[in-house]
Design a protein around this ligand. Structure first.
Ligand code: DGY
Length: 379
């Protein structure tokens, strides 16, 4: 394989930061430049191997910004530490690709980029929901294939979601934003499953329901499911918003798919391995009225055999957070994590990260996952 190409920004900077992919926007580079960093950016679109990243770190590397496609485990954190590294930030809110315990064992703080993906990812989950419900991909392929011979009363009948029940698995930031969009926009009743009660979301839906009543409209309901099975049996449309860990791997398997309504929708914008993809392919083949929409896959970028042939599945290439605002915001947060950690600043504790996005940012690292374990003071 041809060796990856790197470009250098601010070559006179005294702290060396490697960034394993090109990132959008300028603010992130300004932040690192202001922190006296020489920034080395890999310009290749290929996923770098652990060896390539270690080689790039070399003998001196103060910090790194890596991608969700890379495995940041003991080997890389040991190499970063040996090169004098003092900070790592994932360019993602999810961090299932990072071994936080290994980083902590080497004394390396790990940052991530929460808060800028919420609405963007929720909007994409909504887009996928309706693409699946209204058979957008399938009908577009039909049209582009030259098969449209004129309007028909029975052409591509889909599902109406208005006043149906939406099920949200994982009611954290993104799940709750998706839930609000579906409840407010489409007057759906909400059932959610989460180990923690989403009391803000429950209050929100209840207040919205009162508002509907005040307008002479039928109310909506919100229920926390006691079990995942209860949600799967009741919901017309299920959207997955969990983290990926040992407890959520194959959370949606063949047995649970079989519990869902035969014409239900299943949306996944979280992580591929939360769904047993082979089981989903088999389920969609057997149940043509069941529809799925996937932004993420079990073995990305590969897909299970048969998935791409299924007309009742919508597939997009992990783009749920792909708006310019969000991807630039993620770059800003990753750079702010690294620069603040290199300068010995404390870790920001508030959920609102917008102060980092423009103007003078607080002297803090926006999100450090192992701050407490490493004794990094709170801002
Ligand atoms: C994340 O940040 O975890 C997302 O998957 C990127 O889109």
């Amino acid at each position: 394989m041809e060796s990856a190409k790197w470009r250098i920004h601010n070559s006179s900077g005294h702290q060396r930061v490697i960034v394993t992919k090109e990132l959008p926007g300028e603010r992130w580079l300004e932040i690192l430049t202001a922190a006296d960093c020489r920034v080395e950016i890999c310009t290749s679109a290929e996923v770098l191997s652990t060896l390539e990243i270690k080689t790039a770190m070399g003998a001196q590397c103060d910090a790194a910004i890596g991608q969700l496609t890379e495995t940041w485990g003991n080997e890389l954190f040991a190499a970063l530490k040996a090169a004098g590294g003092r900070a790592y930030s994932n360019y993602a809110v999810g961090y299932n690709n990072v071994d936080i315990d290994a980083a902590t064992a080497h004394g390396i703080p790990v940052g991530n980029t929460p808060g800028v993906l919420t609405e963007t990812t929720a909007e994409m989950a909504v887009a996928l929901t309706f693409a699946a419900a209204r058979r957008v991909g399938e009908s577009e392929r039909f049209l582009r294939g030259g098969h449209y011979k004129g309007w028909l009363p029975t052409l591509f009948l889909g599902s109406l979601l208005w006043r149906q029940t939406v099920g949200v698995i994982g009611a954290g930031r993104i799940g709750a934003a998706y839930a609000r969009m579906m409840v407010e926009g489409h007057k759906m009743n909400l059932i959610y499953y989460d180990p923690c009660a989403a009391s803000d979301l429950e209050k929100y839906v209840s207040a919205y329901s009162e508002f509907l009543k005040s307008q002479g409209l039928a109310p909506v309901t919100c229920k926390r499911a006691a079990t995942l099975e209860e949600l799967l049996q009741e919901a017309d449309c299920v959207s997955v918003h969990t983290v990926l860990d040992d407890t959520t791997h194959h959370l949606i398997n063949a047995e649970r798919l079989a519990m869902m309504k035969p014409d239900a929708l299943l949306i996944n914008t979280s992580r591929g391995p939360v769904i047993d993809e082979a089981a989903l392919v088999a389920h969609c083949l057997k149940n043509p009225d069941f529809r799925a929409a996937l932004d993420v896959f079990e073995e990305e970028p590969a897909m299970q055999p048969g998935l791409t042939h299924l007309n009742n599945v919508v597939i997009v290439p992990h783009i749920a957070s792909a708006t310019s605002w969000t991807r630039q915001g993620m770059a800003t947060l990753a750079a702010a994590n690294v620069s603040a950690l290199l300068m010995g600043c404390p870790a920001w504790q508030k959920p609102d990260i917008t102060p980092f996005l423009e103007g003078t940012a607080p002297a803090a690292a926006p999100s450090v996952l192992n701050a407490q374990a490493l004794g990094i003071p709170e801002y």
